[in-house]
Design a protein around this ligand. Structure first.
Ligand code: AMP
Length: 122
């Protein structure tokens, strides 16, 4: 496993060095809009801790951090009006490393919604 790069773009957003369009924040999690939206609604949910991807997170994060991140996804879906209960649903996705096509090496979940998201994998 590679080392966590403290200068990745999401680390810089977390430090406030780069702005973001914030949706939600608590002690463990930050959510903001993707700068290059692939669907009508495209949000990101990230842990505040230094984790490269989902495998790294599940290996090293505390149970509290893991619960907080999972719950934040649903919280953000409600805020955005796309949750399965309040709205019409959405897709949640995380890319891992090379074959997953991960570009930013800080764990993030994509939330796509606001319209039919389409084919699962191209
Ligand atoms: P991934 O391929 O899963 O690593 O996706 C990285 C995502 O981060 C892409 O959807 C980018 O559009 C998004 N992104 C890159 N820089 C920023 C930024 N400064 N603010 C918000 N989203 C960003």
């Amino acid at each position: 496993m590679m080392n966590y790069d403290k200068n990745n773009i999401f680390a810089r957003i977390l430090r406030g060095e780069i702005p973001c369009k914030k949706i939600f924040e608590n002690n463990h999690v930050l959510s903001f809009y993707d700068v290059n939206p692939k669907k009508k609604i495209h949000a990101l949910v990230i842990p505040k801790g230094d984790y490269i991807n989902l495998d790294d997170f599940n290996d090293r994060a505390t149970d509290q951090e893991i619960v907080a991140l999972s719950k934040a996804i649903t919280e953000v879906s409600k805020i955005l009006g796309i949750s399965a209960n309040v709205g019409k649903g959405y897709r949640v996705l995380t890319n891992l490393a090379e074959h997953g096509g991960q570009e930013v090496m800080h764990l993030h979940f994509h939330l796509f919604g606001g319209e039919k998201v389409g084919k699962m994998v191209e």
